[in-house]
Every structure is written in C-alpha cells, then in structure tokens.
Design a protein around this ligand. Structure first.
Ligand SMILES: Nc1ncnc2c1ncn2[C@@H]1O[C@H](COP(=O)(O)OP(=O)(O)OP(=O)(O)O)[C@@H](O)[C@H]1O
Length: 272
C-alpha cells in the first residue's frame, strides 16, 4: 500500500528526508512560438501517487516528453538534486526516470519474460551486464510477481490482453530500476477489473518510488490519487488532494467549459 504524501507539491520535503524527488521549475516548451507548457512548477516526492489531469491539449503529455528529453524545454528539472534537462533521452532513462506511452511499447514477438530480460539489460555496458547477470534473473522473477504475470512468463507479449500489456510495460520500467515513473493514461481502454488491478499495482510501486499518472479517467483518479495537479493551457491551475481539487471552482470551470465537447465534466463524474 502506498504511503501517500498529500502534501506533495509544496516545498522540498524530498530534500530534507533523503527520499527521491523530482523538482520541476519554470518548465516551458514552445512549438513554433506556441507555449504548450508555460512555466510549470511541480514537486514529485517518493511515496506520492500523483495524478496530472487537465483538459485535452493542456500540455500533460508535453510535460512528460520534456522531463524525459523527447522535446526541448527550458526551465529546470532536478532528480534528487541532479540536473536532468538537456540530457539525452537514454541518459535520462539511465538516471532512473522512466515513462510509458498510451500504446504499450513492447516486443510483441517475444515472451513476457524475454521482454523483461531485455529491458533489464538495456542501456547498460557489457561489464555491468556481466556483473549483474545472476541478479538479473532474480529481478525479472520478482517483477513478474509484482506485475502479476508469472503465469504468463512464457507467453508471447503480442497476445496479452490490453491491460496486461500495460503491466508488462510498467514491469519493464521496474527492471530498469526506474524510481521515477511517468505513466501516460495507463488505464485507457481497460475494463473495471483491469483498472482496479492497475490502481493497486500503482499503489504498490508508488510506495517507494515517485509515480506520476497522466489521466483522463476521473473515477480512477478519485480511487487512487494521493495528490493531483491540474494543468490548463500549459500552466498549473491547481494542486492538492482529490477533495481539494474537486471543490476548486477554477477546476470546475475548466472542466465545465470543456464538458460540452468531451462529456467528461469533473462535477458530473463526481456524482456517479
Ligand atoms: N510536436 C508538436 N508540435 C506542435 N504542437 C504540439 C506538438 N505536441 C503537442 N503540441 C500541442 O501542444 C499542446 C499540448 O499538447 P499535449 O499533447 O501535451 O496535451 P495533453 O494535455 O497531453 O492533451 P491530451 O489529454 O489530449 O493528450 C496541444 O495544443 C498540442 O496540439
């Protein structure tokens, strides 16, 4: 069970407790002069299961892209005091910052276990691999258990159910020692049982990691978030607990403003 820190986003708790944290300051991403992300500050602390929400086009995925080096950005991103911004994507991954995509990026023709094994070795030099060879099998076995896919270890990843592919992708981050995990809509397209199992998996892994979930599914957010940041038009609109966010008139207005187009007003959903 996650040890939630609902105070995330305020100050440098990670720095004082020695826990992993990701500190984002003034993050800005421009596409041909259009500021998709505009001066975003975020503090992400180990143990927090943080949800990043906001209407379509708010800049959520671009924030994740910027942190993981996929798009150029200005401002600063520090992982437990180490600068991240400006580094190459593979170096950022090696620093322990991992991400998933809406469509799982797994090797469909390889088995579940082979996918994890490859991920466990990715980005490491041959000497490190040699040293770690024995430990690697243990890490893969432990991860199969964590993501609940031991019984499918020998199954080709391509035939997994949608939810299982997402769990495998999360497992691939776990075996790479990612302690900051940025997950883009992990429950999109999942049924109720898969969503619940995914939420419980995220709670387990967030207990000793920093986990950020970009999500549109408000029910899922309500059930599992320990803190929420709302983005709108590239800026942080609000931060707080689920209760605080739902009660925030600015947030309600943003969601009501887009309700006609998306049918996903925060208020409407909170009544269900
Ligand atoms: N490569 C790009 N080139 C130009 N504009 C982009 C690019 N990527 C994103 N944008 C624009 O930046 C804005 C933010 O997009 P982004 O995908 O980050 O939003 P989002 O909050 O993740 O939206 P959604 O919930 O719909 O996925 C949008 O207006 C989008 O059209």
């Amino acid at each position: 069970m996650a040890t939630g820190s609902t105070g995330a986003g305020r100050g440098r708790a990670g720095a004082s407790t020695g826990r992993t944290y990701l500190e984002v300051r003034g993050l800005t991403v421009s596409f041909d002069g259009f500021r998709a992300v505009d001066g975003v500050d975020l503090t992400l602390i180990q143990g927090d299961l943080k949800f990043l929400i906001g209407p379509n086009g708010a800049g959520k995925t671009t924030v994740v892209d910027a942190i993981t080096g996929l798009v150029p950005a200005t401002g600063s991103v520090d992982k437990t005091g180490q600068p991240v911004l400006g580094m190459k994507t593979h170096k950022i991954a090696r620093m322990g910052i991992g991400r998933t995509f809406q469509t799982a990026s797994i090797f469909e023709d390889l088995t579940v276990e082979q996918n994890l094994d490859i991920a466990a070795g990715s980005g490491r030099g041959w000497l490190t691999l040699l040293r770690r060879r024995r430990g690697r099998a243990t890490v893969v076995a432990e991860t199969l258990d964590t993501i609940g896919l031991e019984h499918l270890a020998g199954t080709k990843a391509g035939v997994l159910a949608h939810g299982q592919k997402q769990w495998l992708e999360i497992g691939m981050l776990l075996v790479q020692d990612s302690d900051v995990m940025l997950l883009d809509e992990p429950v999109a397209g999942m049924g109720a049982d898969e969503r619940k199992a995914t939420g419980e998996l995220l709670q387990r892994i967030a207990a000793d990691r920093t986990v950020v979930v970009v999500e549109h599914d408000m029910d899922f957010m309500r059930d599992f978030a320990t803190s929420v940041t709302v983005l709108a038009a590239g800026k942080v609109l609000a931060e707080g607990t689920v209760t605080e966010i739902q009660a925030d008139p600015k947030v309600q207005q943003v969601y009501l403003g887009t309700a006609a187009a998306t049918g996903t007003a925060l208020e409407e959903e909170s009544e269900t």
